[in-house]
Design a protein around this ligand. Structure first.
Ligand SMILES: [Ca+2]
Ligand SMILES: [Ca+2]
Length: 157
């Protein structure tokens, strides 16, 4: 995140839909459909990612459509060309198999990778984006330390 915003803005976020736009968002945040998003490169556990986002009056991103998923993927790719695993705000830590967004929105849209969620080892309660197989979602161990994406709070769809 040390690179100048100007340079970041020159990179396309999507082959078809143009470039990352700051819009009305704060420095280092990017706008999509009226919501602000930030890629956080620091490797953290899911809980630390949540605390970090909350410290900025946000939460790990909740994703409510394929369009939003594609934007988040593009945001990640803009900063990480390897497109590695990244936390989103979904977990079933409170009740196994019952998925909740940490920002309180109901889970109406999911984009699980093939065969997921599998609660592998009985200890996967937090969800990563960009699973290696198809860049969709996979439940993983919450203690995994990886980058994350924060998003501003919205009226839930
Ligand atoms: Ca689980
Ligand atoms: Ca899994």
């Amino acid at each position: 995140l040390s690179c100048p915003l100007h340079a970041v803005n020159q990179k396309p976020f999507n082959e078809h839909e143009g470039k990352l736009q700051r819009g009305n968002c704060p420095m280092f945040w990017f706008s999509f459909n009226g919501r602000c998003y930030k890629y956080v490169a620091t490797h953290m556990s899911w809980a630390d990612a949540e605390l970090n986002c909350v410290s900025e009056k946000a939460n790990p991103v909740s994703i409510h459509s394929l369009n939003e998923h594609n934007f988040v993927r593009s945001l990640i790719k803009n900063f990480d060309h390897a497109e590695e695993l990244t936390w989103i705000g979904l977990s079933d830590a409170h009740k196994e198999g019952k998925w909740m967004w940490s920002d309180g929105c109901a889970v109406k849209f999911t984009l699980w990778s093939v065969g997921q969620p599998d609660n592998s080892g009985g200890s996967q309660q937090c969800v990563v984006n960009n699973d290696l197989s198809d860049h969709k979602w996979n439940d993983g161990r919450c203690s995994l330390t990886i980058p994350s994406v924060c998003a501003s709070r919205i009226n839930c769809p």
